[in-house]
Design a protein around this ligand. Structure first.
Ligand SMILES: NC(=O)c1ccc[n+]([C@@H]2O[C@H](COP(=O)([O-])OP(=O)(O)OC[C@H]3O[C@@H](n4cnc5c(N)ncnc54)[C@H](O)[C@@H]3O)[C@@H](O)[C@H]2O)c1
Length: 401
């Protein structure tokens, strides 16, 4: 069986690497630089080893392309393209629409189309199927399924194989073929009664994380106002063996999922007349954390940051990855600069970001730790400035949340 995977980013390349163990995979991506790198066996994603990619290429089981004519003989298509928000913070399905055009125009016989991109309930039935039909011959009726991706890039303990996969087809035949495909490289499959349930489950998972992170971020502020340690309180609460799950405070949330997916859920809820006030407020609390952090830093430094050199340590949105999408570091830096601080940042995992290079971990008046990669030692952070504010809880001896 030949599988075409549209989008070769975090999700699409990870799936390609796993599916390639069992099928011939063509990775279709609109970015020629990514495609050329991939065909040279260079991976741009944490968790996809170059040795794996090179083995697959050598065995003729993987190649990347920008050329849509090279995918037309596939039997199964996975869509793994971005689903961001527009500038007005509304769901942006333009990448999905473009992927549907590629499918509609190029597959001249029936294929199974599986969407792995995250979107609101109804996307498969009401957007993807009609969009593909708009571009394809009326003689062809494709099959459709959804299996929202749950990959956590850079994570070692849970991967494609041991993370249960939720899925649903639009028809029983589509469901059966979807099960057959994933069962080759995933241990546990969980079929639900409709694509809408699968789509909603994915959004609810990430909304659950978003509101719990917001809750602990609010609690960090309460704990500070009460003069108690947020971490000690959380550790104490976490001794309860049931009914509690520990989340830790931070400068905010980042990545493609947590800051974005709950807004997809809120948007479809409100479109259907259901309030999503809790979800909206959680998003605001997380966004406001960057200001709270900078307020604390300013208060501890004589009430003014004017002219002070501030080093932001860690600009990736989470430890041990180079991904800076929606990173909380961006807002922290913005608030610091608005108050007259001279800001640089240190993150050798990221290297270059927004046209700036990672600065040395030394010589600042103030350091603010947003993300702590394992390779960065706490003692080096403490040595980088006379005042260090830690938002991660991983730099003992620093001032922090
Ligand atoms: N990154 C994660 O951890 C993660 C986890 C679960 C789900 N998701 C979801 O998976 C989807 C993809 O996310 P990602 O992180 O892989 O994104 P990404 O930005 O890493 O990769 C997307 C790729 O798609 C390509 N692309 C865009 N439009 C295209 C088109 N029309 N045709 C071909 N290629 C196209 C881009 O060039 C890019 O390489 C999103 O819906 C996201 O919310 C992501």
């Amino acid at each position: 069986m030949k599988v075409c995977i549209i989008g070769q980013g975090y999700v699409g390349l990870t799936i390609s690497a796993h599916a390639g163990q069992h099928f011939e995979v063509v990775g279709f991506d609109s970015n020629p630089n990514i495609v050329s790198q991939l065909n040279r066996g260079i991976s741009h994603i944490e968790g996809v080893e170059e040795s794996t990619l090179q083995k697959l290429i050598k065995a003729g089981r993987y190649r990347a392309t920008t050329n849509s004519s090279e995918i037309s003989d596939a039997d199964l298509v996975v869509i793994a393209v971005p689903t961001p928000l527009t500038s007005k913070r509304k769901p942006d399905l333009s990448f999905i629409e473009a992927a549907c055009q590629t499918v509609g125009e190029n597959f001249k016989r029936q294929v199974l189309v599986i969407n792995e991109s995250t979107s609101f309930p109804g996307t498969l039935r009401n957007y993807i199927k009609p969009a593909i039909e708009k571009y394809s011959s009326p003689m062809i009726e494709h099959m459709y399924a959804i299996s929202p991706e749950r990959v956590d890039p850079g994570r070692g303990d849970f991967n494609q194989k041991n993370t249960p996969r939720v899925f649903a087809g639009l028809t029983p035949e589509a469901s059966a073929k979807t099960r057959e495909f994933y069962s080759k490289f995933c241990d546990e499959l969980f079929e639900v009664s409709s694509p809408e349930v699968a789509e909603a489950a994915k959004l609810f998972e990430n909304t659950f994380r978003q509101v719990n992170i917001a809750l602990v971020n609010e609690f960090a502020q309460i704990a500070h106002a009460l003069g108690i340690s947020v971490y000690e309180t959380l550790d104490a609460a976490n001794t309860k063996p049931y009914g509690f799950m520990k989340f830790t405070p931070s400068a905010g949330v980042g990545g493609h999922c947590i800051p974005v997916d709950p807004t997809y859920l809120a948007a479809i809820a409100e479109e259907n007349g259901a309030p999503a006030t809790f979800i909206r407020r959680a998003n605001e609390v997380n966004l406001e954390m960057s200001k709270y952090v900078v307020d604390r830093v300013q208060a501890d430094n004589g009430g003014s940051l004017e002219g002070k050199t501030v080093l932001v340590v860690g600009v990736a949105y989470k430890p041990n990855v180079a991904d800076v999408r929606e990173t909380a570091a961006e807002l922290v830096i913005e608030h610091l600069r608005q108050r007259g601080a001279v800001v640089s940042w240190h993150d050798d995992v990221v290297g270059i970001w927004n046209g700036e290079n990672s600065a040395p971990l030394s010589g600042a008046d103030i350091a603010v730790v947003v993300t702590k990669h394992d390779e960065v030692k706490a003692r080096d952070i403490l040595g980088s400035a006379p005042y260090v504010f830690d938002t991660t809880g991983k730099v003992p001896g620093a001032t922090g949340l």
